[in-house]
Design a protein around this ligand. Structure first.
Ligand code: BTN
Length: 247
C-alpha cells in the first residue's frame, strides 16, 4: 500500500482522485493525500469538512481479489488499523463505532468512506478514504457535539507523516491476510470486537423506513453487525446504508 503517493495541496476529494486513478487502470497501492479538500465526501451523501489545518485526508486505491459482497470488510479492517495506530500514541481508549467510525470519549476522530466499482461477481477497484481529525483545536457549531480531534482528547500533537506511514504499514499487513482468506475478517474479529463500543449494548438499527432494536453481539466474518432481537433470534445487519445508534 502507498507504493505510489500523490500529494496534493488542494483537491475536490481524495476519493474522487483515487477513483480516477482506478479507472485509468493504475495499480493497487496508489495513495492520494491532500492538505485540503474542497468537496470532501462523507457517508450517506454528507459533506466532510476538510480545512487545511489539522486534518488528514487520504485515499487508497485497492484491487482486492475477493467477492464484492466481502468488500465492506475492508472498511472495518481500515477502521481497526486506524484505531490501533492512534492507540500506539496514547493510553486514552480509542474505540470503534460499527462499522467504521473511530471514536474517543464518545466523539468521532476519524471517518472512513469506501467506494467500490464492481460487477456482480468481480471487483474492478475499491477506494478507501480516511478522514482523520488530528490537530484541530475546535469544531464549529453542532459538529462540536459529535466531532473531536486526537489533539483535543490527548493533548498530543501527532506527526502526520509518521502516522500515515504507521497506518499504511499496519494496513498492508492486515490487507494481505484479509485477501488470502478470501475477504474474511475472522482473524481480526477478536481485536475488532474488543474496540467496538457497541458490543453488549442496546442498539437501534434504522434501515430505510424499517427500524428495530436489539443487543449488539459482535461482527460476522463478513463484517455484518450481529444483533440479538427480543425474541432471542439473531439478525445480521449489512454494513451498507443502515444507521446504528446506541439507545
Ligand atoms: C464519514 O462520513 O464518516 C466518512 C468520512 C470520510 C472522509 C474521507 S477524507 C478523505 C476521503 N476523501 C473524501 O472525500 N472522503 C474521505
Amino acid at each position: 500500500a502507498g507504493k505510489k503517493i500523490l500529494f496534493l495541496e488542494s483537491t475536490d476529494s481524495t476519493n474522487i482522485q483515487a477513483a480516477l486513478a482506478g479507472s485509468r487502470g493504475e495499480e493497487e497501492g496508489v495513495l492520494v493525500v491532500a492538505k485540503e479538500q474542497v468537496a470532501g465526501r462523507g457517508r450517506r451523501g454528507r459533506q466532510w469538512e476538510s480545512p487545511q489545518e489539522g486534518g488528514i485526508y487520504m485515499s487508497l486505491l485497492l484491487r482486492p481479489t475477493v467477492p464484492p459482497d466481502h468488500a465492506s470488510g475492508i472498511t472495518l479492517l481500515m477502521a481497526l488499523c486506524v484505531a490501533e495506530s492512534l492507540q500506539e500514541l496514547t493510553t486514552e481508549p480509542v474505540k470503534i463505532k460499527w462499522p467504521n467510525d473511530i471514536v474517543m470519549n464518545g466523539k468521532k476522530v476519524c471517518g472512513i468512506l469506501t467506494e467500490m466499482t464492481a460487477q456482480v461477481d468481480y471487483i474492478h477497484h475499491v477506494v478507501v478514504g480516511v478522514g482523520m481529525n488530528l490537530n484541530q483545536t475546535q469544531f464549529a457549531g453542532e459538529l462540536s457535539e459529535k466531532a473531536t480531534s486526537f489533539w483535543l482528547e490527548t493533548g498530543i500533537r501527532a506527526d502526520r507523516s509518521r502516522l500515515i506511514a504507521a497506518l499504511l504499514e499496519k494496513f498492508e499487513q492486515s490487507y494481505e491476510v484479509f485477501c488470502k482468506e478470501g475477504g474474511s475478517l475472522s482473524r481480526f474479529r477478536t481485536e475488532y470486537e474488543k474496540r467496538l463500543v457497541n458490543t453488549g449494548r442496546p442498539v437501534r438499527v434504522q434501515d430505510g423506513k424499517e427500524s428495530f432494536d436489539g443487543i449488539a453481539l459482535g461482527i460476522s466474518p463478513k463484517g455484518d453487525l450481529l444483533v440479538r432481537l427480543e425474541d432471542q433470534s439473531i439478525r445480521s445487519v449489512f454494513a451498507g446504508e443502515v444507521s446504528v445508534r446506541g439507545i
